[in-house]
Design a binder for this molecule. Sequence first.
Ligand code: NIG
Length: 415
Amino acid sequence: MKYDLVITHIDRLLSLAGDPDRGLRGEEMEQSIEIEDAAIAIKDGRIAFVGKTNTLFEREIIEAEQTINARGKSVLPGFIDAHTHLPFYGWRGGEVARGRGKTYGNVIQGGGGIKVSIKEMEEASDVDILQFTNDLLDHIHTWGTTTVEMKSGYSSNVEGELRELHLIQKIKENSPVDIIPTCLAAHDVPEGYTSSEWINEVINDLLPEVAEKKLARMTDIYIEPFTFNISDARKFAEASRSLGLIPRAHSDQVHNIGGCKEAVLLEFSSADHLNQITEEEMQMLAKSNTAAGMLPGADFTMREKHLPPARKLIDSGALVVLSSNYNPGTSPVGAMPVIIGFACALYDWTPKEAIAAATINAAVSLGIGKDRGSIEVGKAADILILKDNLYEMLPYRMGSNPISMVIKDGIITKN
Ligand code: NIG
C-alpha cells in the first residue's frame, strides 16, 4: 500500500490502547503497552499500521509520500483537553494575586471571579474574542493539544450564551484543533434571578435552540451553594437529556452539597474538581462511567489546601481524566505538558498515569474513545513526536515545550 506518512524507528511509543467505552483504569494506566523501535503508517488521516519497525518492513515494501525517522524520540497520542473555559477574553492576574490565601468562594464574594470575565466578554467585539481565542488555540496546539472541549458560560443572558456558542462554531471552522462544544449556561446566576428562575429560562429559551442548531454536544452546571443546587441540577440534566445533550458538572470544588453523588446517579459524563468528595462518593465514582475530572491547574493557581483524592481515585478504579480547565481566573495554563507536571507533583501520579488521563480517558469522557485518544489501527492519526525519548521529561522539565512535531488527522500541523 502507498501510505501518506510513515514514522519509523521510534525509540518508545506509548499507544495508550484501551477500551473505547471504559478507558484505562487503576493499574491498567501504568501498565499500558509501550513499543520499542516502533513504526506507525498513516493513510487518509487514519492509522493503518502500528507495531515494530522491522515488522512493518518485513510485511511489505514501504512506499510513502513522506517518511520520518524518529530515532531518539518518544511518541504519544495527541492530548485531549476535556475541560476548558475557552473562549474567554482578557486575563484576571490581579485578582489571582490578591486572592492568594483565599478560597475561590472568597474571591467571588470579593467581586472577582466569573462575573468579571462575563463583563469583559460582553464588552468585547466578536473580532477581538476570535483573535484572542485563536491565539490561545494556536498556543495549546503547539504544546500538543489536538482536541479541546470549549464551553460557553461567560454570559449573563440567553443571547450572550448563544453568541458564545456561535463564536465557538466560527472558531471550529478554521481551527487546527478539533473542538467539542459544551453549553455551560449554568455557570453563574445572573443579577436579578434566583438560580431556579435562571435554570427555567435556560431550559425554556436556550437549550431547545442549542439542540436544534447543534451548537453543543454537552451541557454543564456548576454545583455550589453560591451558584446552583441539586434540584437545579436535576431539572437541568433532565431537560438536557430529553434534547439529546449530555450533562456534566463542576462539583465539590469549594463545598460538598451532594454534587458528585447526583452526577453519578444521573449518569453525568463527568464530574469535575471533586476537592471535597467523601470516601463513599469516590467508591460510587469508581463503579460508574462518570469520569472524575481532575484540574490541577486550578489547585495550583488557587494554592488549594484541600486537594481532590486524585491518587485514590486512580487506585479505586475510577475513569480519571486530566484537563487544563484553561480559564482567566483559576487556571491560566493551557499547555497540557505543564498540567501533566502539576498532576504528577500535586497528586502523586506517574507520568504514564497522567498521560493516560489526558488522552484515552479524556476521549472516553467526551464520547470519542472509538475514534481518538490512542495510537491504534483505524483511529484518527493525532500523534505527538517528542524531542526526547523520555516521555517522563514532561513533568520533569516543566515550562520547556517537549513537543517536536504535532500530527493532526495525519497532517503535520506543527514542526
Ligand atoms: O472551573 N469553577 C468554576 N469555573 C471555573 C472558574 C472560571 C473563572 O473563574 O472564570 C473553574 O475553576
